[in-house]
Design a protein around this ligand. Structure first.
Ligand code: SF4
Ligand code: SF4
Length: 450
């Protein structure tokens, strides 16, 4: 694609990077076939190619983002399915990240939009505030029908409350969130991201990961000072906040790298995709560029790391059928497709692939709060495909997908009286197979729990 940026514009590193990306696009349109929003809306402007044109026009003209551009970029899930499909290697993720930051710095959103975004950005990345918000969400549940009637903001607030209440219900037992003792003579030393929303919603995930690692002789540390990776606000274009959160993690993990670290492990693939991109995000930061690159290079999804370990044989015969949902950030963002399935099979599970597996479930960070209608349509589509596998359990590697899919099944169960399969993180199933506690919702016989 031809571009016409001035030399002055190209002096800005973000614009220079986007210009290179734009030039790589050959307008072939292959990406439109695998874009979830194009699939739902059929509008070229809601396809990757259409958005690339809109971004090009906005950046070349150096003009404030128009409401039309904002609408179509906001509808993008950042699922990166287009990057998997593109034959020309167009780095859409970096382009849309730049566009989102540009929008936030040049466009004043309507008040309702500003309020909901400010609420998300000031609550979700901070576990203490998020815990309080979940309690408030429980109290606010009876007001959902009223809330939905408030124009513009009501529907999105209701979506937030519904998701939170659903997860709160799923957390009936935290028995498996017990601390675990590390190996006495460790073979390796890793840092495990504690993060922000996941430990509040489902602490059993990291507890399972720690037990798995301990069984394989790996010492696990939590880097002092680490926290939210910044992904949630990064995808909202809040660059300063995202960079501040990321910078804190880079310093914390770099200190551990200096002490001797084999890997930084992530149990939420949405976070992993962003942390693996810290090197790019801080490429022009004189103080942090090198440290950020080292952190990104050391980062691995938990499944990526576990597959290279000598895990013990399953402690019990499993034989349970598992529908594996590959999160977009796992398959498109990090190109990890086979590892989780390989681990599940080795642990004795029968893995079932889900039709249309490359299409997003609609979670996409906070997309299900900001775009509840589209997210709901994608969730229904995904849950339908999963249900058709008739698997007893659903496994995935991202807390956002767990929340989203569990809500879809819970809605179906309420409407039709059908049982909802437990939706679990892959490591919860692996840990159980290797001697850990039974995950919530699974019964010892393998059938569905309450
Ligand atoms: S990231 Fe996903 S939703 Fe956005 S343009 Fe690409 S395929 Fe479409
Ligand atoms: S597939 Fe790649 S090259 Fe083709 S239109 Fe989409 S982004 Fe451009």
């Amino acid at each position: 694609m031809q571009t016409s940026f001035s030399q002055a514009q190209l002096a800005d590193p973000a614009t220079a990077s986007s210009e290179k990306i734009l030039r790589a696009c050959v307008h072939c349109g292959f990406c439109t076939a695998t874009c979830p929003t194009y699939l739902l809306l059929g509008d070229e402007l809601d396809s990757p190619r259409g958005r690339i044109y809109l971004i090009k026009d906005m950046l070349e003209g150096a003009k404030p983002a128009s409401p039309a551009v904002v609408k179509h970029i906001d509808r993008c899930l950042s699922c990166l399915s287009c990057m998997t499909t593109c034959p020309s290697g167009v780095h859409y993720m970096h382009l849309v990240d730049h566009a989102r930051a540009y929008i936030e710095s040049t466009h004043r959103r309507p008040l309702a939009d500003r309020l909901i975004r400010a609420l998300i950005a000031s609550v979700l990345p901070y576990p203490g505030r998020f815990r309080l918000a979940l309690r408030a969400a429980k109290l606010g549940k009876p007001f959902l029908p009223l809330l939905r009637r408030i124009p513009s903001v009501g529907e999105r607030l209701a979506a937030m409350l519904e998701l939170a209440a659903n997860v709160a219900r799923a957390r009936r037992s935290q028995k498996d969130a017990r601390a675990t003792t590390g190996p006495s003579a460790p073979k390796a030393r890793v840092a495990l991201l504690e993060g922000c929303a996941q430990p509040v919603l489902k602490p059993s995930i990291n507890a399972a990961a720690m037990r798995l690692l301990a069984r394989a002789g790996v010492e696990v540390v939590t880097a002092k000072g680490e926290g939210c990776c910044g992904a949630l606000v990064h995808h909202m274009g809040r660059q300063a906040q995202a960079h501040a959160l990321a910078a804190r993690n880079i310093e914390a993990w770099h200190a551990e790298i200096e002490r001797g670290l084999d890997a930084i492990l992530i149990t939420a693939s949405g976070c992993g995709t962003t942390i693996k991109d810290y090197g790019f995000m801080f490429r022009n930061d004189r103080k942090l560029a090198e440290k950020a690159a080292r952190v990104s290079a050391a980062t691995k999804d938990i499944s990526e790391y576990l597959v290279g370990l000598d895990l013990p044989a399953p402690a019990r015969p499993m034989g349970l059928s598992v529908a594996y949902h590959s999160a977009c950030s796992m398959q498109h963002g990090q190109k990890i497709t086979e590892e989780p399935k390989k681990l599940l099979r080795a642990a004795g599970f029968i893995v079932k692939d889900v039709a249309e597996g490359h299409i997003c479930c609609g979670s996409a960070g906070v997309y299900n709060i900001l775009q509840p209608k589209l997210a709901g349509e994608l969730r229904e589509r995904k849950v339908g495909h999963i249900a058709r596998t008739r698997a007893e359990v659903v496994a995935t590697g991202n807390i956002g997908c767990i929340t989203q899919i569990a809500k879809g099944f819970a809605d179906r169960a309420r409407a039709g009286g059908t049982a909802a399969p437990p939706v679990l993180h892959t490591v919860e199933l692996l840990d159980w197979a290797l001697g850990g506690p039974i995950p919530d919702g699974v019964t010892p016989a393998g059938s569905r729990g309450a």
